[in-house]
Design a protein around this ligand. Sequence first.
Ligand code: ADP
Ligand code: MG
Length: 205
Amino acid sequence: MKETSVIVVSGTPGTGKTRFARLLARKLGINYVSLTWFAMQHDLMKCYDHKRRTYVIDELGLTRELRRYLVTLKGQVLVEGHYSGRLVPKRFTGIVFVLRCDPDILKTRLKRRGYSDEKVRENVEAEVLDICLSEAIATQGSEKVTEIDTSAKPVQNCVEEALQILGGKKLKQIGRYDWLTELERKGRLDKFLTEQTVAWRRRSS
Ligand SMILES: Nc1ncnc2c1ncn2[C@@H]1O[C@H](COP(=O)(O)OP(=O)(O)O)[C@@H](O)[C@H]1O
Ligand SMILES: [Mg+2]
C-alpha cells in the first residue's frame, strides 16, 4: 500500500496559502487540511492573545495529533498553514511549497483583511526575513522545499506552476526572492529597519 505523502503549503499570512491550497487539492483530487481548522477540531487553541488578536496554538499537541492522523492515511494529502513547514513531521513530507509575496503587496492584502498596523508590520517583517522559508528548510531539508511567488500572478497560474513542479516539468527553486536586497535597491532598507526596531522596542517594553 502507498505511504502517506504530504504536500505542505506554508507562507506568511496573506501570501495566498488558503486559495492556492484549495485549488491545488481540487486539481489533484486529494484531501486538504487547514492546520488552523485541524487545531480547532482537536481543541489545541491554548488561549487567545488579545494584544495580537490571535489564538495561541499548542504546537506540541498539534504535532502529536498530526502524526496520529497522518499515520492512519495512505496516499497524498495537502496540509496548509503558516507553521506547517516546521510542524509536519519530515518523514511524511513529499514537497513543501513556500508561498512568497512582495512586502508592499502583502501589506495591502493584510490591511484589506482588517489586520491592525502592528499585526501587518509583524507579518511583513516575517516575510522580509524569510521566516517560513527558513523554518521549512531547517525542518524538512532544502531538497524538499520550493518557493512560489504569488505577488504578480493569479492563483490559477501559481497552481499551474506547482503542478509543473510536481510533474517534474519544472525544477524546485529556493532563494529566488530576496526582499531585503530589493528594499535596499529601492533605497528603503534603512527606513524598514528603523520601523522594525521601534516596533520591537514597543513590543518588548
Ligand atoms: N495569487 C494571488 N494574486 C492576487 N491576490 C491573491 C493571490 N492569492 C491570494 N490572494 C489574495 O490575498 C489575500 C490572502 O489570501 P489567502 O489565501 O487568505 O492567504 P493566506 O491563507 O496565506 O493567509 C486574499 O485577499 C486573496 O484574495
Ligand atoms: Mg489562510
